[in-house]
Design a protein around this ligand. Structure first.
Ligand code: GRA
Length: 384
């Protein structure tokens, strides 16, 4: 097994790093403080092909694969975790349409999402349906040549800036999860409205909001897959977005490790660099090992996806572990920086705030553990 990135992946990594360091880093603190969504940067990411990595070339993708998705997302999140979210919002719907949509839908939606001409999002969560996806109440009722969508979604990244959304709703609630369906919904139309959510702990430059559908008409042609396939499609989408979410966690963990190493080599206390104290070394060693292990788990899951092999279990393992790693690393970074870590003068307080999202989004840490443990115990196979 080869643990080095091949030349193509190295070039992609270099391009993503250059973009993040040159174009994102200069304004990252200001963007975070001012809660500024940088559509211009998202569009630049589109131009650079970042959103096309798991999309075939005929739909404006680069088809460089899921490992490249991990590589790109890590580089972005290392500089600004909020931009990691943009990867999922464009790639989640685009890839889902590639996998489950018909030819006409692929041609109509995918190129515009991949190039970021359209900002997109996906809408699963509702006030009473978080981990329990099947508890959603949004309804889509077929009336002639269109569905009528009613309901509301919450905690939706990009809700207030999106042009299109992949929305999950019940077409036949009596059938429970077998009665759920997936739709592409154009956002600039009567019956759709949004509202920003109150201030969050982190991910400040990534907008989050509520979506409301009030007798919103969705053409029949916008049903993705078949009626009743929504739950399966949703799980498949999450299985991909969890990978780049894990990669975002590793990016932030790496930023914590790099900052900690640098500070431990500068800060002098008791007549020596604090890096020379073994208790600091303990933290540095654990940060290095955990970051490395998380990245390898992500590469494994990405490789399985690229090979078209089952990977739900490996993706959940990688996503779960990366979320734990970034929580630990950001905690260590704060301890190593001491009072300066607690101040807004250094980026570690931002890393700390952003890090917390990774144990929550795209299936919480407990949901990943549930998937992993139930597989191990033989109750329910994760890979299907
Ligand atoms: O046997 P069956 O025909 O009834 O089918 C069952 C099962 O086999 C049925 O669904 C099937 N199924 C799947 N099919 C294909 C379950 N998992 C899969 C799969 N991976 N692929 C029902 O199964 P069940 O076990 O009874 O379902 P459940 O109790 O609802 O449990 C499923 C589970 C808990 C794993 C699921 O609901 C889940 O993953 N929940 C977490 C929800 C989540 O991840 N939400 C994320 C929201 S989006 C987000 O966070 C975006 C943030 C933005 C950002 O920062 O990135």
């Amino acid at each position: 097994m080869d643990f080095d990135l091949n030349e193509e992946l190295q070039a992609i990594q270099q391009a993503a790093r250059e973009f993040a360091e040159k174009e994102v880093a200069p304004t990252v603190d200001k963007d975070d403080r001012e809660h500024r969504y940088r559509k211009d940067l998202v569009q630049k990411m589109g131009e650079l092909g970042f959103f096309g990595c798991v999309i075939p070339e005929e739909y404006e993708g680069t088809d460089s694969g899921f490992v490249s998705l991990v590589v790109i997302t890590e580089e972005l999140a290392r500089i600004h975790s909020s931009l990691r979210v943009a990867m999922n919002m464009q790639i989640g719907p685009a890839r889902t349409i590639v996998e489950y949509g018909n030819e006409e839908q692929k041609k109509r939606f995918v190129p515009k999402i991949v190039t970021a001409e359209w900002i997109s999002c996906f809408a699963i969560t509702e006030p009473d349906a978080g981990s329990d996806v099947a508890a959603m109440r949004t309804r889509a009722t077929l009336e002639g040549d269109h569905y009528v969508l009613n309901g509301s979604k919450t905690w939706i990244s990009n809700a207030q800036v999106a042009d299109v959304a992949l929305v999950y709703a019940y077409t036949d609630p009596g059938k429970k999860h077998h009665g759920m369906s997936a739709f592409m919904v154009e956002m600039h139309q009567p019956g759709v409205s949004s509202k920003p959510l109150t201030e969050k702990l982190g991910s400040n430059a990534s907008p989050t909001g509520e979506l409301f559908f009030d007798n919103c008409k969705v053409p029949k042609e916008n049903l993705i897959g078949k009626e009743g396939e929504g739950f399966k499609i949703c799980m498949a989408e999450l299985n991909h977005t969890r990978l780049s979410c894990g990669a975002g966690a590793v990016g932030v963990a790496r930023a914590c490790r790099e900052a900690s190493v640098s500070y431990a080599n500068q800060r002098v206390q008791f007549g020596q660099k604090i890096g020379e104290f073994q208790m600091i070394q303990d933290m540095i060693a654990q940060m290095v090992v955990q970051e490395d292990a998380a990245r390898l788990l992500l590469y494994r899951a990405g490789t399985l996806k690229d090979q078209g092999r089952p990977n739900n279990l490996e993706t959940s393992i990688a996503k779960y572990y990366a979320g734990e790693v970034v929580a630990y690393s950001s905690d260590c970074a704060l301890k190593i920086y001491g009072a300066y870590g607690y101040s807004k003068d250094y980026p570690v307080e931002r890393y700390f705030r952003d890090s917390r999202s990774y144990q929550i989004v795209e299936g919480s840490a407990n949901i990943q553990k549930l998937i992993i443990a139930q597989d191990a115990l033989g109750y329910r196979k994760a890979n299907r």
